[in-house]
Design a protein around this ligand. Structure first.
Ligand SMILES: O=C(O)c1cc2cc(O)c(O)cc2[nH]1
Length: 614
């Protein structure tokens, strides 16, 4: 939640968190190099909805003002709590090199890619976050029992991802002996659901990129809209199969069977007023499709549910809550039916996917402990991004007031640092946030037409389209190869002409030496006739079929013919020249960058065209 260097006594008392990048002393936000400057934090002053009735009692109100009121504002493409990093999708010293981050269907990754992803998650579970520490006490106790010991703790990268979710959904503590207030949720049941989870993933992806030192690392997604009652990603090469010994556990063949959850003691936090920390307790529980008491959550969403949801035109509707009807946000979140109508008994799409998991992943304070959360939310985010692309909404459709606390457009999302508003995540991802999804959606650009075919790509036709993409890139590769071959073609042609020049010189020498009458040059004739013929019976095979509709005019030249020609020339030369004469040429490779200087000549390469070299 806060950079380690800011949670000193001095930092907390000053309310300023403007570190210097790269360990340089006294260069707040890298202002000396123009990276950024330390500014006052703006917070949302608009009224929130009626759900929260305890103003003044919660550290998360007007986030992050209870802890800090000054932060770095970064210039240009710089970002981060100290302006020491590049904005999403950019890399390099000056943050001016684009990096393509493509989030792909996890089922379509190769075995190596799957293994690398699982291994990276496990590394994140064990690696202490290099920059961020978490508060382990509410603000009133954060200076410790003696008032001089800030109550912050290290946390691993993955556990930080879990902790931020827990902190955003936790209840408002109202004092010992009083029940905590549960009518508050800074990341669900409001318009901020999509923007909060989007940033949550972005931050985690960024942490993973830094950990792996790979700026192109991309989180994959789980297309959970496949219907049926099978968790297709619950296999040991991915998120873990079911244990043979315990229906609620993950197979010991999966690395995730070793994971232990954090934030489990929610009753303690709520009664004692404490906060979850990095303490790991019990294994992940998961029993996909196993909630027999609730048959409606025993099946995954259908492909058609996604197609329907994408056609809900309005981003959100009053009261901007889990009771909103005809709201895209409430539909993708899953409190409405996929067609948009609110129905209190319905659980669909995102909510349904959570509840289907039936265990750790189905409880809001715990759910990211199950790494399926990551993939479930990347797919949710992919749907959100597709909705943004299709409907191209004005930023004003995101409510600026009267949404539940934390969900107004200008609210800084809790508990992220540096402050980031919901509005900043309400933008199409490829153009504004530096990542995209490799996903197939129904109907292409048919977003406003309810009558067109809007069937979501099933895993089968998704894999067809991935095959198509692979085929396209193979074709691109082949075209490049062809261009390369054409370049070789030209060089061969040039060398042939040089050889021809040489032959002409030899002829001269021989004629001169032997005083023979001038005769018709069989060699030159041979060269010309061979190039004319483009003979498919060539012993080297013909390359004339290379023509691909992207002609640069050289496609008709046959490399095979040139090589044949060279053979014949060599034969001719051996017949008509002495070894001494051949020595003139023998140290020249057939393909070499440098060409002999040669007179301009026109060379016929097929019946209609002449090419000019010289
Ligand atoms: O009951 C629901 O609808 C429900 C459960 C659940 C768990 C979770 O982690 C979420 O993020 C949402 C959610 N909804």
């Amino acid at each position: 939640q806060f950079p380690r260097e800011c949670v000193t006594l001095e930092g907390l008392r000053s309310g300023q968190c403007c570190p210097s990048p790269f360990g340089v002393a006294n260069d707040a936000c890298g202002s000396a190099t123009g990276r950024g400057q330390c500014i006052s934090i703006a917070t949302d002053a608009s009224p929130h909805g009626p759900q929260y009735t305890h103003d003044g009692r919660d550290d998360r109100e007007r986030w992050p003002i209870r802890y800090f009121n000054r932060t770095c504002q970064c210039n240009g493409n710089f970002t981060g709590y100290d302006c020491g990093r590049c904005m999403h999708g950019l890399a390099g010293l000056n943050c001016d090199q684009p990096v393509a981050i493509v989030r792909r269907n996890v089922m379509q990754l190769s075995a190596d890619q799957k293994r690398a992803f699982v291994t990276a998650l496990d590394q994140a579970k064990r690696t202490v976050h290099p920059d961020i520490v978490i508060a382990t006490r509410r603000y009133q106790d954060v200076f410790g029992p003696d008032g001089n010991t800030p109550q912050f703790e290290n946390i691993t990268i993955y556990n930080y991802f879990v902790w931020t979710h827990y902190y955003s959904v936790s209840k408002t503590f109202l004092g010992s002996g009083q029940p905590s207030f549960g009518g508050v949720d800074f990341s669900h049941e409001g318009p901020g659901f999509v923007t909060w989870h989007r940033f949550h993933l972005l931050q985690f992806e960024r942490d993973m990129q830094n950990m792996l030192q790979d700026p192109s690392f991309a989180l994959p997604y789980w297309n959970f809209a496949i219907g049926g009652s099978t968790c297709d990603i619950c296999t040991d090469d991915l998120l873990g199969a079911r244990s043979n010994l315990n229906i609620n556990s993950i197979s010991t063949n999966s690395i995730f069977s070793n994971w232990r959850v954090i934030c489990e003691s929610v009753e303690d936090y709520d009664t004692l007023g404490t906060i979850c920390n990095n303490t790991e307790t019990t294994p992940i529980r998961r029993n996909p499709a196993g909630n027999v008491a609730r048959p409606m959550v025993q099946r995954l969403p259908e492909p058609q549910d996604v197609a329907d949801c994408l056609q809900v035109n309005t981003f959100d509707t009053p009261p901007y809550y889990s009771t909103s009807s005809e709201s895209f946000r409430n539909t993708i979140e899953g409190y409405s039916a996929p067609q948009g109508n609110y129905d209190p008994v319905v659980r669909s799409l995102h909510n349904l996917a959570h509840l289907f998991l039936n265990g750790t992943g189905g409880q809001t304070h715990l759910s990211p402990n199950d790494p399926i959360f990551v993939l479930l939310h990347t797919f949710t985010d992919a749907i959100f991004d597709e909705w943004l692309r299709r409907h191209a909404p004005d930023s004003a459709v995101y409510p600026s007031e009267n949404a539940p606390i934390g969900h107004n457009r200008g609210y800084n999302m809790v508990p992220f640092w540096p402050p980031v508003t919901n509005a900043e995540m309400f933008l199409t991802a490829p153009e504004n946030l530096g990542y995209s999804y490799e996903a197939e959606w129904p109907g292409g650009n048919n977003h406003h037409d309810k009558h067109e075919d809007t069937k979501l790509a099933t895993p089968k036709n998704q894999s067809n389209s991935a095959d198509l993409k692979r085929l396209e890139s193979k074709m691109l590769f082949l075209r490049q190869e062809m261009a390369h071959l054409r370049a070789i073609d030209v060089k061969l042609m040039q060398q042939l002409m040089s050889i021809n020049d040489g032959i002409e010189s030899i002829k001269w020498v021989m004629e001169d030496k032997e005083g023979l009458a001038s005769r018709e040059s069989s060699l030159t004739g041979s060269l010309y006739s061979l190039l004319d013929s483009q003979d498919d019976t060539s012993s080297r095979g013909s390359f004339t079929s290379l023509h691909d509709g992207h002609s640069d005019g050289l496609d008709g030249i046959s490399v095979g013919s040139y090589l044949d020609t060279l053979d014949e020339l060599a034969e001719d030369l051996s017949e008509h020249t002495s070894p001494t004469d051949l020595d003139l040429f023998s140290d020249k490779p057939v393909i070499e960058d440098e060409t002999f200087s040669k007179p301009t000549m026109r060379l016929r390469v097929d019946s209609d065209e002449y090419y000019c070299f010289g």
